[in-house]
Design a protein around this ligand. Sequence first.
Ligand SMILES: [Zn+2]
Length: 155
Amino acid sequence: MALRKIRTEEDEVLKKISKPVVNFDAKLQILLGDMKDTLAKAEGVGLAAVQIGILRRVVIIDVGDSHGFMELINPEIIERRGEQRENEGCLSLPKKWGVTQRPMWVKFRAQDRTGKWYEAEGEGLFARCVCHELDHLDGIVFTQRLAEGERVYKD
Ligand SMILES: [Zn+2]
């Protein structure tokens, strides 16, 4: 386990599209461990592999709710309901905030670290976090998801 450097906004890697994971090998287990350590140190609620410079479709989430710590490999949102407008930030965009528009509830499918597919669903912060992290896999950051009339501000 090791800490990895979190890439920030000036890093072009954040705009790139991550590739699917095909090998559920030892290297993936190390990546997941390092991501967990890095997220804990940064005190964040979610992290995508691209944020540490690895262009693979790997996300970890822990928003402190009943879902607990989750690993999402090759995730896809399969259903969304409602909408929410809440303040959002990102470990890769330090000190920047903005009110985004996201679905209130999402259901997704993803693989676990052994390659087994599973489905999960959730609302509120969990749904927001899933959407935010999955966007990273497609090179999108929250400042591209601002609710109408909102802007990015710095604290
Ligand atoms: Zn982010």
